[in-house]
Design a protein around this ligand. Structure first.
Ligand SMILES: *[C@@H]1O[C@H](CO)[C@@H](O)[C@H](O)[C@H]1NC(C)=O
Ligand SMILES: *[C@@H]1O[C@H](CO)[C@@H](O)[C@H](O)[C@H]1NC(C)=O
Ligand SMILES: *[C@@H]1O[C@H](CO)[C@@H](O)[C@H](O)[C@H]1NC(C)=O
Ligand SMILES: *[C@@H]1O[C@H](CO)[C@@H](O)[C@H](O)[C@H]1NC(C)=O
Ligand SMILES: *[C@@H]1O[C@H](CO)[C@@H](O)[C@H](O)[C@H]1NC(C)=O
Ligand SMILES: *[C@@H]1O[C@H](CO)[C@@H](O)[C@H](O)[C@H]1NC(C)=O
Ligand SMILES: *[C@@H]1O[C@H](CO)[C@@H](O)[C@H](O)[C@H]1NC(C)=O
Ligand SMILES: *[C@@H]1O[C@H](CO)[C@@H](O)[C@H](O)[C@H]1NC(C)=O
Length: 337
């Protein structure tokens, strides 16, 4: 029943999307100006007077602080208001900036829900909303942004689960949802994001196991699933991710042994599994397949502790943390959490 309701509201949204985008064909730079003035009107604090002074009708929109227009259409292509200490909400009118390719609102104090009208930003490739106080469920309508390559929602207060529709965002290269309150499982189909290079879900409330399909995301370079409640084994298929550079899954409840295939990913520089319940021992040939390893973090597991004979072959190794979990340590780890 719940699923049915969710699906029909999704269809409504779809209808809305089709109707309103056809009504938007007669837009020009004045549309962009109105959209930006509407955003300005929702900003209740601008302590450094970034917008106060420059965002006025007396000046051409293309010269406003943080605004860059395209040379061909003379429409707003880039909006970068990052790190300005702005406080406010995002009005639906922002969706009228239909020529926008890059939107960076990172490191401000924006709050509230993201307006659905943002689905009209169909040229958007880069969206950074990190380090704000946005809330509400992670919108599934991001899937309508058919060109999106970077989606950064890190350090906000998003809730709900990762929409399984996200697996349709085939152009996505970076998905960062670090430090939110996202629950549920990582969608089983996440591995169909074949262009994904960076997946960061650190510091949420994710449960379940690591999806086997991840082994299909063959471009993956950075994976960080630390500080969640993930169970089960590390899938063997992770070892097929030949482009992996940084594999970080600390402080979860992973069990079983570390798949030996991981020690054959020749590009890997960081392997961090601290604070799980991994068991077994490390292969003696550990360093022979991972020549550029710089950091190996394995403390607080149930691993059989011995030093692989090949360690001298990890010539770039800077940090090896391999501490045993004592009762006192367990206590400390809890405190650090
Ligand atoms: C934009 O379009 C509106 C009507 O659609 C028109 O009145 C206005 O003059 C146009 N502005 C520019 C700058 O072309
Ligand atoms: C936005 O501007 C900041 C500061 O100038 C810069 O560090 C950041 O990379 C810019 N964002 C984008 C998407 O270019
Ligand atoms: C901008 O968006 C609003 C609400 O999303 C809409 O009602 C309005 O007609 C749009 N304005 C222009 C100038 O396109
Ligand atoms: C991001 O969130 C985490 C967890 O709440 C916090 O430890 C960290 O300091 C935050 N980062 C910034 C720059 O606010
Ligand atoms: C998602 O992808 C599936 C399979 O390719 C397709 O059938 C479905 O229509 C897509 N949904 C949306 C909302 O794009
Ligand atoms: C990986 O992709 C192939 C081809 O699309 C598919 O048949 C297979 O089931 C996928 N594997 C996993 C583990 O999802
Ligand atoms: C690692 O790679 C080598 C050479 O490609 C291969 O012989 C070996 O079987 C691989 N080991 C594992 C555990 O996959
Ligand atoms: C270190 O690597 C070399 C070259 O691959 C290999 O011949 C040697 O056996 C390795 N040493 C150890 C201790 O595994």
């Amino acid at each position: 029943m719940e699923k049915l309701v969710a699906f029909s509201s999704f269809l409504l949204l779809l209808q809305y999307y089709v109707i309103s985008s056809s009504a938007m064909t007669q837009s020009n730079i004045s549309t962009d100006q109105l959209a930006l003035l509407s955003l300005k009107s929702q900003i209740i604090s601008d302590p450094f007077h970034f917008l106060d002074e420059s965002w006025s009708r007396a000046m051409s929109v293309c010269h406003w602080v943080g605004v860059t227009c395209g040379s061909r259409h003379q429409r707003v292509r880039i909006l970068n208001l990052s790190n300005m200490d702005l406080m406010g909400i995002i009005p639906g009118e922002l969706g009228n900036l239909t020529f926008l390719v890059s939107l960076d609102l990172g490191s401000n104090n924006f709050h509230g829900n993201l307006p659905q009208e943002m689905t009209h930003l169909h040229r958007l490739k880069f969206l950074d909303l990190s380090f704000n106080s946005f809330s509400g469920e992670v919108p599934s309508w991001f899937v309508f942004l058919h060109q999106l390559q970077v989606l950064n929602l890190g350090n906000n207060s998003f809730t709900g689960s990762i929409p399984s529709l996200f697996s349709n965002m085939s152009t996505l290269e970076t998905l960062n949802m670090n430090f939110n309150s996202i629950e549920g499982q990582i969608p089983k189909v996440i591995g169909s994001l074949i262009n994904l290079r960076v997946l960061k879900l650190r510091g949420n409330k994710l449960k379940g196991s690591i999806p086997l399909s991840l082994s299909n995301a063959s471009r993956l370079e950075t994976l960080d699933l630390s500080y969640n409640s993930l169970h089960g084994n590390i899938p063997e298929g992770i070892g097929n991710l030949h482009n992996m550079n940084s594999l970080v899954i600390q402080f979860n409840q992973l069990m079983g042994s570390i798949p030996s295939t991981i020690f054959n990913i020749s590009r890997i520089e960081f392997i961090a599994f601290t604070g799980n319940s991994l068991s077994g021992s490390l292969p003696n040939g550990l360093c022979n397949g991972i020549p550029i390893l710089k950091g190996l973090y394995l403390s607080y597991n149930k691993l059989y502790r011995h030093m692989p004979t090949s360690l001298s072959n990890c010539s770039q190794l800077q940090i090896l943390s391999y501490r045993k979990m004592s009762l006192m340590d367990q206590y400390k780890v809890k405190l650090e959490d």
